[in-house]
Design a protein around this ligand. Structure first.
Ligand SMILES: Cc1cc2nc3c(=O)[nH]c(=O)nc-3n(C[C@H](O)[C@H](O)[C@H](O)COP(=O)(O)OP(=O)(O)OC[C@H]3O[C@@H](n4cnc5c(N)ncnc54)[C@H](O)[C@@H]3O)c2cc1C
Length: 379
């Protein structure tokens, strides 16, 4: 028997995970996604899945499929100096008693294919090129007017529409906007060199090169650096800029630069933004998840993990409470501090990277390990 109807606005990682979790909890779930299809909402390259992301994906039956197409690492990572010498190992954390690895990497399109297949299999409906125009919350449901001229009433609306959420103003009084960290990153897929069997971070004088395995033969390179807000680069200048920025590197980063950064390379450039919305993350029958309430910079590879965990906790809370107000309150209470730790720690690492001299006592690896150990705790 159906427990009710849910509209999820946004078919990204958080929206799809939440859809599966709610469907498994016997809700009828429809997802509207503003983009044309599954591919147009997903930019390329890869995604880091720490062990807590895998645990959350396991709860919705998606972890095995992600590991089957990705690369499961036996440790979190390593830090190297600019010449490629080992500075230290970063073991990461395992969930006690679990078979899940400390980290799995895969491409974003692969992750979307896994989530969409599971969502459809469980009976979720997904409509592309569609969104809402207005939401009207009432005692018996939320009236929704859609961009295609249709309308209807649902029991709940989940805003999973990312960092520039259009659902957010229906929940929060304050008009919060993402904050630009001051760093941006280049990313491109490369063949996996044998030593890229975990996350490798190589510190340069003005930026951090990183390598993430995302398949048996595939990895991605990122280069994270201080970057003026709003400055954009045309695609045809990206390879030159990236090669120049990585000129000081030897070792792995030097070899990858010389072998794989081509003028024809498909390079993704992204500014890094963050926000943490004040609690509560709901109003009436409308509730927010994922980047809409806690967008995080990529320094700990935790953004998607947190969005997936949100979906699991939201479904558990709705199952555990007869009253939606209590369920949504319990959801935010379980999520807020955990998400805040991830957002604030990621920002602290970024600030350190931008000016290490300003933070002489900052322990990058220590903070990473602390957050990973915290993420082992049950959600
Ligand atoms: C460069 C970069 C690298 C990252 N690397 C990692 C990583 O390695 N590991 C990790 O865990 N996290 C990583 N993250 C963070 C991660 O991508 C996000 O935290 C995660 O995607 C959030 O999921 P979400 O579903 O909340 O939002 P999104 O993934 O942004 O999904 C939102 C969806 O809503 C749709 N949408 C938007 N507006 C509307 C609307 N009005 N109506 C309908 N649909 C709408 C969008 O098209 C999109 O499909 C990274 C982020 C960046 C920028």
């Amino acid at each position: 028997m159906s427990r009710g109807t849910v509209l999820i606005v946004g078919g990204g990682i958080g929206g799809l995970s939440t859809a599966i979790a709610l469907r498994n909890a016997d809700y009828e779930v429809n997802v509207v996604e503003i983009q044309e299809d599954l591919h147009s909402s997903v930019y390329g390259v890869g995604i880091i899945q720490p062990m807590n992301a895998l645990r959350a994906l396991d709860a919705i039956g998606c972890a095995e499929a992600c590991m089957a197409v990705g690369y499961s690492a036996t440790a979190w990572g390593q830090m190297l100096d600019v010449d490629g010498n080992l500075i230290l190992d970063m073991p990461g954390a395992r969930i006690p008693g679990s078979r899940l690895p400390p980290m799995n990497g895969l491409t974003r399109p692969q992750l979307h294919r896994v989530l969409i297949a599971k969502a459809l299999e469980t009976g979720v409906t997904i409509e592309y090129r569609k969104t809402f125009t207005t939401l009207t919350d009432g005692p018996r449901g939320v009236e929704v007017a859609y961009t295609d001229g249709t309308g209807g009433t649902v029991d709940f609306v989940v805003g999973a529409d990312g960092v520039y959420s259009k659902v957010r103003p229906y929940v929060l009084d304050e008009d919060i906007k993402p904050v630009y960290l001051g760093q941006s990153a280049f990313r491109l897929n490369i063949p996996r060199e044998p030593e890229i069997d975990r996350i490798i971070l190589q510190h340069g004088p003005e930026g951090l090169a990183g390598f993430v395995p995302i398949g048996p033969d595939l990895a991605y390179l990122f280069y994270n650096m201080t970057w003026e807000e709003g400055r954009w680069l045309d695609q045809d200048r990206m390879a030159d800029e990236l090669r120049a920025r990585m000129a000081p590197f030897g070792g792995l980063a030097g070899r990858v630069r010389d072998a794989y950064i081509k003028d024809s390379s498909d390079i993704v450039f992204r500014p890094e933004e963050w926000l943490i919305a004040p609690a509560p993350w709901h109003r009436g029958r409308i509730v927010l998840i994922g980047d809409a309430v806690h967008a995080v910079t990529p320094h700990l590879g935790q953004g998607a993990a947190q969005a997936i965990e949100d979906g699991i906790v939201l479904a558990e809370s709705l199952s555990a409470h007869a009253c939606h107000e209590e369920a949504f309150t319990a959801y935010t209470e379980r999520r807020y501090e955990r998400c805040r730790l991830v957002v604030e720690s990621s920002v602290a690492i970024g600030e350190y990277e931008m000016d290490p001299a300003l933070h002489p006592d900052f322990d990058h690896a220590g903070l990473t390990q602390h957050v990973l150990r915290s993420m082992v705790q049950p959600i």
